[in-house]
Ligand binder design. Sequence first.
Ligand code: BT5
Length: 325
Amino acid sequence: TNSIKDEILKRILAADGEAVSGQELADSLGVSRTAVWKHMQTLQEEGYTFETIKKKGYVLTGVPNSLSPTQIELFLKTEHFGREIHYYDVVDSTQTIAHKLAQEGAPHGTIIIGEEQTAGRGRMARPWESAHGTGIWMTVIVRPDVTPQQASSYTLVVAVAVTMAIKTLYKHVEPAIKWPNDLLINGKKCTGILTEMQAEADLVQALLVGIGINANQAAADFSPEIADIATSLRLEAGEEINRAALVASILHYLEQFTELYVKEGFASLKTLWQQLSCTIGQRIEVTTIRERFEGVASGITDDGVLQLTQDDGTIRTIYAGDIKL
Ligand code: BT5
């Protein structure tokens, strides 16, 4: 019966604002008119809102602001990615849960989502602000057939997938990739990516791909520490963000791009990455664990390594670090 409820929801969503008649739903799904009505009640309890138009049927007027598996599956078009969903209200960090699940053998494409993280983290143990119900705090377990060395450019693949998903759903929003793991909109950070790895000498067991996206925050929702540097998609798009639809779209692009990346390497996505990036051609300051450099970001290699041309003309290759534009 759950699948009938989901099917009803799918059809009403697909009608895209047109009324769907209860009688037709009942006939085509082979259930009684009363059964349809009962499912509609349940959907309303879950936070969906409908308008009932006399003699015509139901029109969807609102969806719950939730990332529940039901919500995501409504939009999902993938084969593997997001086909196993672990959904929580509050977690410490989805990365921690992903590490455990990956060790226990969770399949390629498994996702972990929390409505809130109490210990969300960025690179180098930096904190990641993850307030309740406002963002997308998700880890994807990916098991690509690549070496640990090749895997270091996977963050760039993720950045391209998230950018494409945002651009597709919100045509007026222009996210730009700041090497290696940030998406900026109008110079402010809306997304951060954290890729961790479980590996043996020459074999990647799993990549734990953490994606944090500010979706529906208002400006006042950010803490003073990040108020000046952070933005949300809602602030930039000027409309409420359907987080479930965005998750599904990200997974769609990520599945496609991962296949390409495993077959042909980062080189196959390099042109797209360059088009979407705001890094190349810019004067930047790079901080690595050991040193600090200045120069112009002059290119990216087929392996996703950043090239920096310093003022004296020497070219440095940057494998990891933070950059300031
Ligand atoms: C990142 O690190 O940008 C990676 C963030 C990854 C978060 C996801 S959420 C799901 C998964 N579970 C986790 O626990 N993490 C992943 P980094 O480049 O090191 O940037 C961290 C810096 O971004 C912080 O030091 C702050 O300055 C800033 N920051 C923190 N929270 C932010 C937010 N919500 N929006 C924008 N900037 C933020």
